[in-house]
Design a protein around this ligand. Structure first.
Ligand code: ADP
Ligand code: MG
Length: 268
């Protein structure tokens, strides 16, 4: 059976594409539905005037200290219970270097060694076939603000309203084997977080954003080098971006070039 590339059509799971197997792992950022931020009392509501929902903690003013929002931890635990994870009795926060002005502390508070949610799996149907994608972890962290490059000529505006919004980052094993399977996983995950009520799921507003890690390999070979497509915020773009990436990587390899690990954006 021959396979052609068409950006809008799913690539079915059992097929090899030009002799290559596709490998996909997802990192999803779900904004948690708390009214206040993860480490401050500023509100998280979307769409307010820039910089009206950022308090001294979110602005990283000297002398301020983060205070954990219990509701964020409860929502992370609810997610873990919904997908059969181990819930850590003690988890640890870390400072991750971050050097853009939309998070003025210079670091993001995240979890590294001991995340609150460990393991678990998301099960779903792809056509008639039952699939299960294993989760590595889900950890709590703070969202960054927004850098606005288009509103001012030659200058960048900073809106810190989003800074400190609670995020649950949900990381899978590289278990998916097609763009169709990846989209089915993302839809199921979206269904879970909205049904248990920990995330409003609004993808246009950035409440549920997926990073797709994609590589290809010859069957039986070790995993290939991955490239990461950041911030996919619609299921349609997700499908198109992954299919485009698969085709691009195969063409590179067929032309004798190696894939370099990289982070890329999808421009529809
Ligand atoms: P990082 O945090 O630097 O992005 P991780 O090792 O945590 O790196 O991996 C991130 C994601 O990439 C995970 O979802 C994982 O399943 C996926 N991944 C890892 N290796 C591959 C690969 N060779 N091909 C596709 N996805 C991969
Ligand atoms: Mg990554």
């Amino acid at each position: 059976m021959s396979t052609t590339f068409q950006d809008d059509k799913p690539v079915t799971s059992s097929l090899l594409i030009m002799g290559y197997e596709v490998v996909i792992g997802f990192e999803t950022h779900a904004q948690l539905s708390t009214r206040s931020k993860i480490f401050s009392r500023a509100p998280t509501a979307f769409g307010a005037e820039p910089n009206t929902q950022a308090c001294a903690v979110d602005l990283a003013l000297p002398g301020t200290l983060p205070v954990m929002n219990k509701g964020a931890v409860e929502r992370a635990i609810e997610f873990g219970l919904a997908v059969g994870s181990h819930i850590a009795e003690r988890s640890v926060f870390a400072r991750k270097n971050y050097f853009y002005p939309d998070l003025p502390k210079g670091y993001q508070i995240s979890q590294f060694e001991i995340p609150v949610v460990q393991g678990g799996a998301v099960a779903f149907y792809l056509g008639d076939e039952k699939k299960s994608v294993r989760l590595v972890r889900a950890h709590l962290e703070e969202d960054a603000g927004k850098s606005l490059h288009e509103d001012f000529i030659g200058q960048t505006g900073i809106d810190l309203n989003r800074a400190g919004t609670p995020l649950l980052e949900i990381v899978t094993e590289p278990d998916m084997r097609s763009s169709a399977e990846a989209v089915a996983y993302a839809k199921e995950l979206h269904k879970i977080v909205t049904w248990i009520g920990i995330c409003d799921g609004n993808m246009q507003e950035g409440s549920f954003r997926c990073d797709a890690n994609v590589s290809v390999r010859k069957p039986g070979a070790a995993f290939g080098t991955r490239r990461e497509i950041k911030n996919l915020n619609s299921f349609k773009f997700m499908q198109q971006a992954i299919d485009f990436e698969i085709r691009w990587q195969i063409e590179e390899l067929e032309d004798g070039r190696a894939i370099q690990q990289a982070t890329v954006l999808f421009n529809p």
